[in-house]
Structure formats: structure tokens, C-alpha cells
Design a binder for this molecule. Structure first.
Ligand code: NAP
Length: 322
């Protein structure tokens, strides 16, 4: 099968299309023939070496498709079932072998494209807003990269939960989209003094939570946006990893809390995975969350997809078609 594999870490140029053998699925696993592959910022961390992988590795963590072959001891899935997965390596390929308990069956009404564009990003929004810091109606929160893949889903979902969302974006042309997808206030973080703006919007109080996936460039400013005893949720590194810091800073800025969560720890068991996916599918089915796919590439053009992500020009989700 065709797959995008890396044998060394580096820039988008290390992504190479190769023909590789996929063995039959092991006991407990199935082979999924991909119809759509999700592109996530984490793929760039794997490619660059920020999150180390054994080499060579097929990149990608998310896809949707159909069960093509069933390994021994699998009772929950059969050939022909439509399924999706995320946080499983090997997705940038025509097919992948996946443990049956890491797959979710796709309900009628959730297309393969919607699943591949939303499982990782939408389940992240779910756990951030409902489990890491469960937002309460009436609160005002700060969400960085509000026009991105996670951002558009989290903005819509947060608004539905009764929250006023202050979103940041990296350019003026993303402002309208962020507004249409849940944000009441949108700040251009490359032009506005966004920390000052957040203080003004909250009458000097600050916000009870910041969802910060930008990392290095925003970490310090995000702490300055928090109300006393507020929660800093640092969940990504789009601008680079957050450098080491002195914990005393959390006391000095108002007895703040800091967490650095990761999706795999919130979908640890098959039950947690299914419950989280069900919650996401429900908000999509009811129209509360619209999944916006704004970039589509061929699998062979994965390099261009990564270049687009790095350019900060993408909005919503990006997918690859095998
Ligand atoms: N911890 C978890 O469980 C988890 C799960 C999923 C995703 N994430 C994180 O959530 C973030 C969003 O993921 P995504 O896949 O939906 O990506 P995305 O938001 O669609 O794309 C990343 C965005 O980051 C912003 N950005 C800020 N500084 C940047 C820089 N120096 N270079 C490039 N982009 C920069 C850009 O938006 P603006 O220019 O508009 O700011 C860009 O569009 C990523 O940081 C990802 O690692 C974490």
C-alpha cells in the first residue's frame, strides 16, 4: 500500500510517499481501509522530532474508513463496518491495522469526512470544556487559535454551554470565521495587545480558564489573563514548547492552577473513548457543532498539507484523501 513514512525527523520535506507491506491484523485488531485521513498539528511534532517516534514510522494519528479484515478474537466489529479512530499511529496510508477497542463505529449521519476531520479535534474540545476545566454558564473564557481545527469546534461547543468566548487568531481574515463559530470577542494576537484586551473585556477580573494550544509564544501572556485561582490549560505547542518556568510564578499571579493535558489520557479505556465520541457525535448530529473542512489534499501531497499548517493560513480542519 502507499503510505507517507519518515525515516528521519525534520521539516515537511522528510515526508515521503512509499510502497510498504501491511501484514494481516494481529489478534484483537482489524484492518481499516481508509477513505479519509485527518491532519493534526501533532503530526508536525512527530515529523519534527518534538514528540519522538521510532524510525522509520508512518505518520498520522486519525482516519476513517471501512473494516476490511478482522483478526482473531474480535467480536465487536465485522467486515464492512464503517469506523474511525484517532491517537493511533500509521494513519497517513491507504490502510492501517488498529486494535478493535481503539475504533468507534460511525453512526448514520456522521460521514467518513466528518469523522476524520473531527474525532481528534472534537474529542479534545469535549474533554477540555467538560472534564479538564468544566465550564459553567455565564463564564467568560479565553481560547487561542479560535479559527483552527480544535478552535472552531471548541468555540461552537463552548457557546452552546453558555459561555462567552474570547478567541484569538493570527490574522484579520480569520476574525469573521471565529465570530461565526462561537466567539463573542475576537482578538488578532499579532496586532492587538490581547492581554490588555482580555482584562478590559472582563472588567479587570481576568478569565477563569485559558485554553492555550499555542505554547511558547502565549504562555506568559495567558497566565496574565487569568483571574485569581484561574486554570491555565496548556494543551499544545503550535509556536514551540513552553520553556521551563518557576512554579512560584503561579503564586505570584494569583494562586493559579496549571495543567498540561493530552487526549490519550481522556480516552484511555474503550468505554471512555466511546462515551467521548458519542458526546461529539451528538453535538454534530443536533447541529450544535458544524465541522468545517477547509483544506483537502491528496495523501501524496501530505508535505503541502504540513506546509499549509506551518504557514498559519489554514482554518478549520485539514484532511488527506488516499
Ligand atoms: N493536548 C491535546 O490533547 C491536543 C489534542 C489535539 C490538538 N492539540 C493541540 O491543539 C492545537 C490545535 O491543533 P489543530 O490540529 O486543530 O491545529 P490548528 O489549530 O488547525 O492549527 C494550528 C494553529 O496554530 C496557530 N499558531 C500559533 N502560532 C503558530 C506558529 N508559530 N506556527 C504555526 N501555527 C501557529 C495558527 O493559528 P493562528 O495563527 O490563528 O493563531 C495555526 O492555524 C495544536 O497546538 C495541537 O497540538 C492538543
Amino acid at each position: 500500500m502507499k503510505a507517507i513514512r519518515i525515516s528521519k525527523t525534520g521539516g515537511p520535506e522528510v515526508l515521503t510517499l512509499e510502497n510498504i507491506e501491511l501484514p494481516p491484523p494481529a489478534a484483537g485488531g482489524v484492518r481499516v481501509r481508509h477513505s479519509v485521513i485527518g491532519v493534526n498539528f501533532i503530526d508536525t511534532y512527530h515529523r519534527s522530532g518534538l514528540y519522538p517516534l521510532p524510525l522509520p514510522s508512518v505518520l498520522g494519528v486519525e482516519a476513517a474508513g471501512v473494516v476490511e479484515m478482522v483478526g482473531e478474537n474480535v467480536t465487536t466489529l465485522k467486515t464492512g463496518d464503517r469506523v474511525g479512530y484517532c491517537m493511533v499511529m500509521g494513519a497517513y496510508a491507504e490502510a492501517n491495522n488498529v486494535a478493535a477497542d481503539r475504533l468507534v463505529k460511525l453512526p448514520v449521519g456522521i460521514s467518513d469526512e466528518i469523522a476524520a476531520a473531527s474525532l481528534s479535534k472534537g474529542m479534545t474540545a469535549q474533554y477540555l470544556l467538560k472534564r479538564t476545566f468544566p465550564v459553567q454558564p455565564g463564564q467568560t473564557i479565553l481560547l487561542h487559535s479560535a479559527a483552527g481545527g480544535v478552535g472552531l469546534i471548541a468555540g461552537q461547543w463552548a457557546k452552546h454551554l453558555g459561555v462567552t468566548v474570547i478567541g484569538t487568531v493570527g490574522s484579520d481574515d480569520k476574525i469573521a470565521l471565529a465570530r461565526e463559530n462561537g466567539c463573542t470577542h475576537v482578538l488578532n494576537m499579532r496586532k492587538d495587545d490581547w492581554v490588555k484586551c482580555v482584562r478590559e473585556i472582563t472588567n479587570g477580573e481576568g478569565v477563569p480558564v485559558v485554553y492555550d494550544s499555542t505554547g511558547k509564544d502565549t504562555f506568559a501572556g495567558s497566565l496574565d489573563c487569568l483571574a485569581m485561582r484561574g486554570m491555565m490549560v496548556s494543551f499544545g505547542n503550535s509556536s514551540g514548547a513552553v520553556p521551563p518556568f518557576e512554579p512560584g510564578m503561579l503564586a505570584a499571579k494569583g494562586s493559579l492552577y496549571l495543567t498540561r493535558p493530552g487526549l490519550p489520557h481522556y480516552i484511555r479505556t474503550a468505554r471512555e473513548l466511546q462515551d467521548t465520541a458519542n458526546d461529539l457525535f451528538a453535538v454534530i448530529a443536533s447541529g450544535v457543532v458544524k465541522v468545517v473542512v477547509n483544506q483537502r489534499f491528496k495523501l501524496a501531497d501530505a508535505r503541502a498539507a504540513h506546509e499549509a499548517l506551518h504557514s498559519r493560513s489554514t482554518t478549520g480542519a485539514t484532511i488527506l484523501i488516499p
